[in-house]
Every structure is written in C-alpha cells, then in structure tokens.
Design a protein around this ligand. Structure first.
Ligand code: CUA
Length: 326
C-alpha cells in the first residue's frame, strides 16, 4: 500500500529503514530533541570507550615499571576531572531536553485519551460537538497543532510509544499519565506497546497519521457520525449476521441497537481503519473475513474467538458489511 512508503530512509548502518517506526526519523520537535540527546550520549560514550581502550592498550604494552600512569595529576585528571566534566555536560543536556519535551501545551491543544487493553488500544477524541468520539488502534493528528494524550489501562501495564513523535509513556492501572508533543511533519507512523504485557505484546501496535488540519477535521466528523446505513442486500445480511452471531455483545457500532459491547474495539467506522488486529493486518475485506474466522490462529490468546464454524456466505456478508462502515 502506498501509505507505507510515506517516509523511507536508507541508512548505511542499518540497511533499509522504512522509517514508519523509527526514532531516527523524528516528526516532532520533541522527538528531534530526544534523537539529538541520544546522539550526544552516543558520541560521549564512544569518546570514553576509545579513551579507556587506549589506556588499556598503553598499560598492556608498556614494559616500564614506573610509568606516568602513577602520577597523581594524571589520575586526578583522567579519574575525576574527565568523567565529571563529560557526565556533567551530558546531565545538563539531559535536563534541558527533559524540560523541553515536558513543556505544558497551550489551551488550544488537541486532547486524546488512550486506554490500553490486552492487546489493543481504545482511543477517545473530543468530537466537534463536545461529545466523546471513540475509535481504536489508530490516531489521526493535525499537522502543527499541539496534542496532549492522557493514557491509562483497563488491565495490565502497557506502554504507549510512537518513536517518531515522542518518548514512551507507561499505562498504569488506576493511574493517568500524560504525554504531549506537536507533530510538525506529515506522514504515517507506527506505534508499538513498549512494556511486556502478555503473549501478544509484540502484536500490540497501532498507526498514527499526521495530516493537514482540514483532512483531520473531515476524519473526526466522519468518526463522530453514526454507522452508515447498509445500501445493498449483502450489507443487510452482514448486519443481521453481526447481531445473530453476538458480535454486538463485545463490539459497539454506534446507531445500531444491540451493538453496544465494550470488551472489544468500537467498530463504528472499522472500514476506514488502516489496520486490523491492532496494527497487525492491513485493513481489507479479505483480512477482515480472515480475522473473524481465525482470530485465535492469527493472534493466539486474544479475547476475540475464532468464528471458524460460520458458513462462507455469512462470513462474506459480515466482512462486506463491516468494510462498508467507513
Ligand atoms: Cu501492551 Cu505490551
């Protein structure tokens, strides 16, 4: 898909990086500050490593018993002054960067609340009319506007991390943490749970799309609207299957009576999402059908059962109806 190639870089050190989940491709001043701090610490560490190795080589190769290494000035400089200066500079730089990335954003900041679940992300925006708008496993962010994300969890500890935009922030039971940043560069980025949270920790990912303000507003207005009415018989059959199979006891589809579940992701606009299974499969009607039939095979231990006894026509109708919910 073309959205995967929005920001690609080649690196002589690491080969081809597709850039969508990389601290080396920052899309916000906060991520840039973290990257420059990382680079300075890497440079400082390299300098100290080279010095220690040189002295070690000198000590091994030197045959003389009374070497200058015994002089107190030498020991004072290399054993105290040098590490104190190096670590002192890095500490000051770290404090400056920490203050810069934790600056309080203004009143106009976009506020989003994200709740971690085993193993997916519940995302709540404030809608155009002030009502909460729920979606899942995908963030849309307007370019240039500060954003404040509050995070918590419904079960175990997770960690919310979009390497291209900000540092990690833990999602702790009974506690709300906050991370803020300003996405300044457009593009698609992948986020990943950064705290081991059980069997499917590795498959707890999501996508963040940084787009122009108007596109973001269109997206949010669409997400805030109730699910689209089915327009053809196939969709009618899909909607019936959704209710008959009991999907609505775990998933909500706003505007559809009988679909008010809160255990799994809200599916009101699932057809508009880039991925399925929390950043694991591309969002397509085929993958949707595969996920419904084989969720336990694709992501063992997750709370979505495999509906592997559903007959073909019902499965196709259900997937087609869900895909039509854009
Ligand atoms: Cu959630 Cu690791």
């Amino acid at each position: 898909m073309d959205w995967r190639t929005t920001s690609q870089t080649d690196s002589p050190l690491f080969g081809r990086l597709d850039g969508i989940q990389s601290v080396l491709d920052p899309h916000s001043p906060q991520a840039e500050a973290i990257l420059s701090l990382g680079n300075w610490i890497f440079a400082g560490g390299t300098l100290i490593f080279i010095m220690v190795m040189s002295l070690l080589a000198f000590a091994i190769l030197s045959r003389r018993r009374h070497t200058p290494l015994r002089s107190t000035t030498f020991i004072a400089i290399l054993g105290f002054v040098f590490p104190a200066v190096t670590l002192g500079v890095l500490m000051v730089f770290t404090i400056i960067v920490s203050l810069r990335i934790s600056e309080a954003p203004g009143e106009d900041a976009l506020r989003i609340h994200v709740t971690g679940h085993m193993w997916w992300w519940e995302v709540v925006y404030e809608g155009p009319d002030g009502q909460p708008v729920e979606t899942a496993n995908e963030l849309h962010l307007p370019q240039g506007r500060p954003v404040v994300i509050t995070v918590t969890t419904s079960d175990v500890i997770h960690s919310f991390w979009i390497p291209g935009l900000a540092g990690k922030i833990d999602m702790v039971p009974g506690h709300v943490n906050t991370v803020s940043f300003t996405p300044t560069k457009r593009g698609l980025m992948r986020g990943q749970c950064a705290e081991f949270c059980g069997a499917q920790h590795a498959k707890m990912a999501f996508y963040a799309v940084v787009e122009p303000q108007e596109r973001f507003e269109e997206w949010l207005a669409r997400q805030a609207s109730p699910a689209r009415e089915p327009i053809v018989d196939l969709h009618e059959a899909g909607r019936t299957a959704f209710l008959e199979q009991g999907c609505g006891s775990c998933h909500a589809v706003r505007g559809l009576p009988g679909a008010e579940g809160e255990i799994g992701p809200d599916l009101t606009h699932v057809g508009s999402r880039l991925s399925l299974g929390a950043g694991w499969l591309d969002g397509s009607v085929g993958n949707l059908a595969g996920w419904i039939a084989s969720a336990q095979h694709i992501k063992p231990g997750n709370r979505m059962p495999s509906f592997d006894r559903m007959d073909g026509p019902t499965l196709r109708a259900l997937a087609a109806w869900l895909e039509s919910l854009e």
